[in-house]
Design a binder for this molecule. Structure first.
Ligand code: TYM
Length: 354
């Protein structure tokens, strides 16, 4: 592997339709990361997907569809490593070691588990509870320095940092003895930001846009055609006031704030820039402009996804190549982890990763 100053990792679950929130909060930013001095790894996290039951045939299709979305959005599988998690056994292996580092009290604080498990907590899978530990393993199997995600992943990334810190502290003597200096795992930097770190429902500006919203009108799916995109924006909930000229005027106006944020993220500008052009405008003027921008940005991605998913052999080849390249890196991390923890392992020690 060439020497890069940064290692970027992120993942997306293959659990149904990707939507505009996934695109603006994550995938579009994954594409932009490729221009940094960084090795980027983008993972379809199928092990995470099965923390809630998935129909096996549907799951296989969804893994290919998320991969197609990555490629259609502009992730280059030669420059970046594109793969699905289950092809790299080190994720699950490292998760076990981290299960023995993470504390019960830390996991008990995870709000996403509470939301997803709902009232029937006793009936949730152990995998769902352990989900954030596997996520830490995803990131740290590559000793990733940067992780671009939407705002809903903030708490999980804090846990990743806590696990890295505790591992480094618990094993500090062994880490030094094996030639890794003071710390083996980096304290990974979350990259959360931009105007679309939290895209909200088109039907209710106080709720996150999500795959599980029963109303399809609440989200724009990456597979929606031009008519569906335009119609959903036309029907999006708003308030009766014209757009303000300053960002401060969007406070207490969640729907207006959301649509302005979406426009800004699609255009690659700030909310301030949008209001400079549209301050004082009615939604009857702003919505058609937003619909045009969304259609020109998203419809080509949907078209390319359709073309790519028609050739599953090509997608599987991309995943196999990415999986092999990812495993080369992760295997070195796991060799070092086994030495540090005190396991006896087959074969000579590999050199430290970087
Ligand atoms: P997932 O599959 O739910 O979502 C994928 C990415 O999309 C972002 N996102 C949003 N961003 C803005 N507005 C929204 N409404 C919105 N909804 C979703 C998410 O923040 C995420 O970045 N746990 C992760 C997957 C994962 C992962 C990892 C991520 C597993 N291992 C390691 C980073 C690093 C998840 O469920 O994402």
């Amino acid at each position: 592997m060439a020497a890069f100053t940064e290692l970027v990792f992120s993942g997306v679950q293959p659990t149904g339709n990707l939507h505009l929130g996934n695109y603006l909060g994550a995938v579009k930013r994954f594409v932009e990361m490729q221009d940094r001095d960084a090795q980027c790894l983008y993972c379809v996290v199928d092990l995470h997907a099965i923390t809630v039951w998935q129909d096996p045939e549907a799951l296989r299709g969804q893994i290919r569809e998320v991969t197609a979305a990555f490629l259609a959005a502009g992730i280059d599988p030669k420059r970046s490593i594109v793969f699905n998690q289950s092809q790299v056994p080190q994720h699950a292996e490292l998760a076990w070691v981290f299960n023995c580092v993470a504390r019960l009290g830390w996991l008990n604080r995870m709000t996403q588990f509470k939301e997803k498990a709902g009232k029937d907590r006793e009936n949730a899978s152990i995998g769902l509870y352990d989900y954030p530990v596997l996520m830490a393993a995803d990131i740290l199997a590559y000793r990733a320095t940067h992780v671009p995600v939407g705002e809903d992943q903030k708490q999980h990334l804090e846990l990743t940092r806590d696990i890295a810190q505790k591992f480094n502290t618990d094993f500090s003597g062994s880490i030094t003895a094996h030639g890794h200096g003071d710390a083996f795992f980096p304290i990974t930097e979350p990259l959360i930001g931009g105007p679309a770190a939290r895209v909200m429902s088109l039907r209710d500006g106080t709720k996150k846009m999500s795959k599980s919203d029963p109303s399809d009108n609440a989200r724009i799916n990456l597979t929606d055609d031009a008519d569906a995109i335009a119609q959903k924006i036309r029907r999006a909930k708003t308030d009766p006031e014209p757009l303000p000229s300053e960002v401060a005027g969007l406070k207490e106006r969640p729907e207006a704030d959301n649509l302005v944020g979406i426009y800004a993220a699609l255009a690659g500008i700030t909310r301030e820039d949008v209001l400079r052009d549209f301050g004082g405008a009615q939604f009857s003027t702003f919505k058609p402009a937003l619909a045009d921008l969304a259609v020109t940005s998203l419809a080509p991605i949907a078209g390319e996804m359709r073309r790519l998913t028609a050739d599953p052999g090509h997608i599987d080849a991309v995943l196999a190549d990415g999986g092999a390249r990812a495993e080369t890196i992760a295997a070195q991390t796991l060799d070092a982890v086994k030495d540090i923890v005190g396991f006896v392992r087959r074969g000579p020690s590999l050199q430290a990763v970087r």
